[in-house]
Write a protein that binds this ligand. Structure first.
Ligand code: NDP
Length: 487
């Protein structure tokens, strides 16, 4: 299998190679087979990208917003037209089941391009009456922005950052995770084909050092990171030391609260989506599932039966539900958490092992795993695992469930399953989380803001509010009379 792009980087509207950069082998996680060889960016590549972005941005900012939007909407059309090929590439890059990438990844990227391509035409400042004189505000772009991605949703993350940045009149340099460098390059090509002038969306490959070099570059005005809390603190610290704008989309250990009156099948379906989709590598996953006592036995029975029916296998097979994890290192990390759970005395209710799949023996698979009898202070209940590992707890009262749900350093997401309308809204109002779902889980339409509170991040992606994070306000005072001066 081959997925070799024309070159490693995309700068100033064209593929660029610099073989002096260290080699980066791209691996298909289902077989550990190398599917492409790229090179990490050298300092020269970083300079070229920043120069190209700086040169292109001022003219782009001057363009009529609706015309900028038209290019993004054209790119959305192209992404949709190439959904099948982009989904396959995303599956090769991430190992996620084609069943998912065909409906979730390029589709979500296209939605972001379309949404911001439309929204920018009506995104304006304000007119402010001052009783004679008046004021107005302008929403001005920041300049050159940097996007840094995680491995789990590569094309989606690239588009969620690029679309609002470009719509608002900025240029962007995007650094994908070194685990998944391919689809951001495909997006760059599509943007060029849609008419985006050269230099406005650049992709450079690299690990953390390249990310840090971009964030610290004096020509860069803002960074938006999707990654872990640990990396977030470093990137935010560096950006802060230079007074740069920063958006942080970080990790989580989100709760799902299932009350006695919930529809069991829906609650089980939500909990499974919130733990096993993308092989559990989703920042907003509801990995702490709190189930009220009266429904606990039935919930666990249905959860067990439905989880047993999950099909693991070759991600390219349309029948496969669950693919491998991203890398051998991530599988080790997940298995070590499963071991820690057992050591600390949690009950391994289901899974926990490495499946034997014919022809995929070298892949990074882990069985969907369920722990019960978990205490709130165990590591598996407190730390982000980023794999298909669900912890199920029981609770008695609403008050208790809310307190336990909030007892975490994270605050990305939360879910509530109940048929009691008043309770649903009351509980959601008290949960410390940036994104909440009532009788659903992990749906992130571009029209709704997405992002976390507490250690899960700062700022929001998606919705109109994302445009606020890629622009700055200029206030203008206009005198309509004479200047009153005592001098
Ligand atoms: P990391 O934090 O390890 O890396 C994220 C990105 O930052 C990668 O591109 C990485 O490069 C880069 N990076 C690492 N160090 C630095 C640095 N010092 N300066 C600048 N950039 C740096 O996260 P993972 O890739 O391991 O992704 C998993 C994490 O991402 C999980 O914690 C998950 O919760 C979080 N996540 C959050 C989401 C959200 O929207 N809130 C969505 C998806 C994931 P490289 O890896 O190539 O070395």
């Amino acid at each position: 299998m081959h997925a070799q792009p024309k070159a490693s980087h995309y700068i100033n509207g064209a593929f660029v190679e610099d073989e002096r950069g260290a080699a980066l082998d791209v691996v298909y996680p289902a077989t550990a087979e190398t599917i492409a060889r790229l090179h990490l960016a050298t300092p020269n590549i970083v300079e070229l990208a920043v120069e190209a972005a700086r040169a292109a941005q001022p003219a782009w900012a001057q363009m009529k917003p609706m015309e900028r939007g038209r290019i993004l909407r054209k790119a959305a059309e192209l992404v949709r037209a190439r959904n099948a090929e982009l989904a396959r590439l995303e599956t090769l890059d991430t190992g996620k089941a084609l069943q998912e990438t065909l409906v979730a990844d390029p589709a979500s990227a296209a939605d972001a391009l379309e949404f911001f391509g439309c929204a920018i035409a009506v995104y304006n400042g304000e007119h402010i009456e001052l009783g004679g004189p008046f004021g107005y505000t302008r929403r001005e772009p920041l300049g050159v922005t940097v996007g840094i991605g995680a491995w789990n949703y590569p094309i989606q993350i690239a588009a969620w950052k690029a679309a609002p940045a470009l719509a608002a009149g900025n240029a962007m340099i995007f650094k994908p995770s070194e685990n998944t460098p391919l689809t951001a390059l495909a997006l760059a090509e599509i943007l060029t084909e849609a008419g985006l002038p050269a230099g406005l969306f650049n992709v450079v490959q690299g690990a953390g050092e390249v990310g840090a070099a971009l964030v610290g570059h004096p020509g860069v005005a803002k960074v938006s990171l999707t990654g872990s809390v640990e990396t977030g603190k470093k990137v935010m610290g560096l950006a802060g030391s230079q007074m740069k704008h920063a958006t942080m989309e970080l990790g989580g250990k989100s709760p799902i609260l299932v009350f006695d009156d919930a529809d069991v099948e829906n609650a089980v379906g939500g909990a499974m989506l919130g733990n096993f989709y993308s092989t559990g590598q989703i920042c907003s996953n509801g990995t702490r599932v709190f189930v009220q006592k009266g429904i606990y036995a039935r919930f666990l029975e249905r959860l067990t039966a439905r989880t047993r029916a999950i099909r693991l296998g070759d991600p390219l097979d349309p029948e496969t539900h669950l693919g491998p994890l991203i890398s051998a290192a991530q599988r080790e990390r997940v298995l070590s958490y499963i071991e820690a759970g057992r050591q600390e005395g949690a009950h391994l209710h289901l899974g926990g092992g490495v499946p034997s799949l014919q022809g995929l023996e070298k892949g990074f698979f882990v069985e969907p795993t369920i722990f019960t009898e978990v205490r709130d202070d165990m590591r598996i209940a407190r730390e982000e695992i980023f794999g298909p590992v669900m912890c199920v707890f029981s609770f008695e009262t609403e008050e208790e469930a809310i307190a336990r749900a909030n007892d975490t350093e994270f605050g990305l997401a939360a879910g509530v399953f109940t048929r009691d309308l008043a309770r649903a809204h009351r509980v959601v109002g008290r949960l410390q989380a940036g994104s909440c779902w009532i009788n659903a889980y992990n749906l992130t339409p571009v029209e709704l803001p997405f992002g976390g509170v507490k250690n899960s991040g700062i700022g929001r992606e998606n919705a109109l509010t994302a445009l606020d994070h890629y622009s700055q306000i200029k206030a203008v005072y206009v005198e309509t009379g004479d200047v009153e001066s005592p001098y």
